[in-house]
Design a protein around this ligand. Structure first.
Ligand SMILES: [Zn+2]
Length: 69
């Protein structure tokens, strides 16, 4: 069962589970890229799915993408 996420719940999740902040004010679905602000001050975009399931909770400077195989 999919939990229904709202922008408020997402904001809460992000602030509880990372040092990043949510800048987006609307949420339209899992494919939408959310605008986030990393603890270092860099803005970055990430879908909530990647943020939550792939543990991509920082900008690419603090957490560089894994090198592709
Ligand atoms: Zn950063």
């Amino acid at each position: 069962m999919n939990k229904r996420w709202t922008i408020e719940k997402i904001k809460e999740f992000i602030e509880k589970n990372s040092e990043s902040k949510l800048l987006s004010t609307e949420y339209h679905g899992f494919s939408q890229k959310l605008l986030l602000k990393c603890a270092c001050g860099t803005n970055f975009e990430k879908t909530f799915t990647k943020f939550k399931n792939n543990n991509q909770r920082k900008c690419e400077v603090c957490q560089p993408p894994k090198a592709s195989r």
